[in-house]
Design a protein around this ligand. Structure first.
Ligand code: SAH
Ligand code: SF4
Length: 395
């Protein structure tokens, strides 16, 4: 009697498996561990998603694999390039949801900004992703699939170096709210048989989920960025509501502890500049006090507007005044440069799609999802305008 399809085990998606997981999978099939390593390298080193292209596998294994496994990345929907070299891909993650991946080339590195969730439940008041609501966590395959796509889309440079040299978890979502999938994806990023990135070249940005920051320290300590945005609890409670659960004193204790294991000996504090809200002289002095006993760099982010928000970006004068006070106190400060704004790829401009399951919004498609991109170059904050150059669209 035929077994109904629903009773059959689903095929495993090899894209989201770490090397130890893939080794266990292959040994359950009676295959040797080196077979797992071969397939792992085919997928992540060479961007291959067809078993019959894995030419050094035994023919019998190549024929067996499609019946038990797939290699499935999110579907590529559109690809765009900015005149400044920034590139953006829209990936379909099913049921009307889309996520965007942004690549920012610079002289000495190429940074990929990736997402960890569809939407975000944390509801920071100045953030478009937060305002879109939350749909679901991305799987490990969907997170690593963003790096897999970017590497596939951009050929290696002539020296053989991968063009993506750095990854920042600064796209949609709160990575520490999707701990297991994010850590699994980071394991793959760091694996020499896959992307071989060092821990200092992978940065996780968090709004401060303290218990999971403690777990990250022992499980996979990568470079850390923390979304601070306010110099005291009263204001942070409003801008970053998770602060009510994990206030500044707890957050700072966790950061200091994290730095004992981190690959860089400082934390980067992100501070979005909101006119008349957190950008006064008094705010700057209070911020100096707050960060005085932690090894840090400050990254001031000119706020990127989105529709129906009560906020406005701080003026250039206010940003310069704020930065000067921090610098006079001896802090290292950068102002994030806006990149890729002609293709809506700058902070707060990404056009993901979120079907909100939290019922906070009834909207299904919203212009502007996130956040951004670790671009730590000094700028005067001026926004340039360029024509859009779509490269190609697959739908
Ligand atoms: N959830 C994580 C990571 C994604 S957000 C976090 O909050 O850290 C990446 C950065 O973009 C955060 O510092 C976030 O506060 C900031 N951001 C969000 N909305 C923004 C906007 N409209 N303009 C500028 N920066 C924004
Ligand atoms: Fe979520 Fe980060 Fe946006 Fe806050 S700033 S709502 S944590 S994505």
């Amino acid at each position: 009697m035929a077994i109904p399809q629903s009773a059959l085990p689903e095929k495993s998606n090899l894209l989201g498996m770490t090397l130890p997981e893939m080794t266990a999978f292959f040994s359950a099939m009676g295959e040797k561990p080196f077979r797992a390593k071969q397939v792992f390298r085919w997928i992540h080193h060479f961007g291959v998603d067809q078993f019959d292209e894995m030419t050094d596998l035994a023919k019998s294994l190549r024929e067996k694999l499609p019946s038990v496994a797939i290699i499935a990345a999110p579907r590529l929907m559109t690809e765009q390039a900015s005149v400044d070299g920034t590139r953006k891909w829209l990936l379909d993650v099913g049921t009307g949801n889309g996520i965007e991946v942004v690549f920012i080339p610079e002289a000495d590195r190429g940074t990929l900004c990736i997402s960890s969730q569809v939407g975000c439940a944390l509801d920071c008041t100045f953030c478009a992703t937060g305002k879109q609501g939350f749909n679901r966590n991305l799987t490990t395959a969907e997170i690593i699939g963003q790096l897999w796509w970017a590497n596939k889309a951009m050929t290696r440079d002539p020296s053989g170096e991968r063009i993506v040299s750095n990854v920042v978890m600064m796209g949609m979502g709160e990575p520490l709210a999707n701990f297991d999938s994010v850590v699994g994806a980071m394991d793959i990023m760091l694996d020499d048989n896959a992307y071989g990135l060092s821990r200092r070249r992978v940065t996780l940005s968090t709004s401060g989920i303290v218990p999971n920051l403690q777990r990250l320290k022992t499980r996979c300590p990568v470079a850390l960025a923390v979304s601070l945005h306010a110099p005291n609890d009263a204001l942070r409670d409003v801008l970053v509501p998770i602060n009510k659960k994990y206030p500044l004193a707890e957050l700072f204790a966790a950061i200091k502890d994290y730095l004992t294991a981190a690959p860089r000996d400082f934390v980067t504090f992100e501070y979005v500049m909101l006119s008349g809200v957190n950008d006064s002289v008094a705010d700057a002095h209070e911020l100096v006090q707050l960060v005085s006993d932690v090894s840090c760099k400050l990254n001031l982010i000119p706020w990127n507007p989105f529709p129906n928000s009560p906020y406005a970006r701080s003026s250039n004068n206010a940003i310069h005044r704020f930065r000067a006070i921090l610098q006079e106190a001896g802090l290292i400060v950068t102002v994030r440069k806006t990149r890729g704004d002609d293709i809506d790829a700058a902070c707060g401009q990404l056009a993901g799609q979120v079907v909100d399951k939290s019922q906070r919004n009834r909207t299904s498609t919203i212009k502007s999802a996130t956040n951004n991109v670790a671009d730590q170059v000094e700028t005067n904050g001026a926004k340039k305008s360029h024509p859009t150059i779509p490269i190609h669209a697959t739908v």
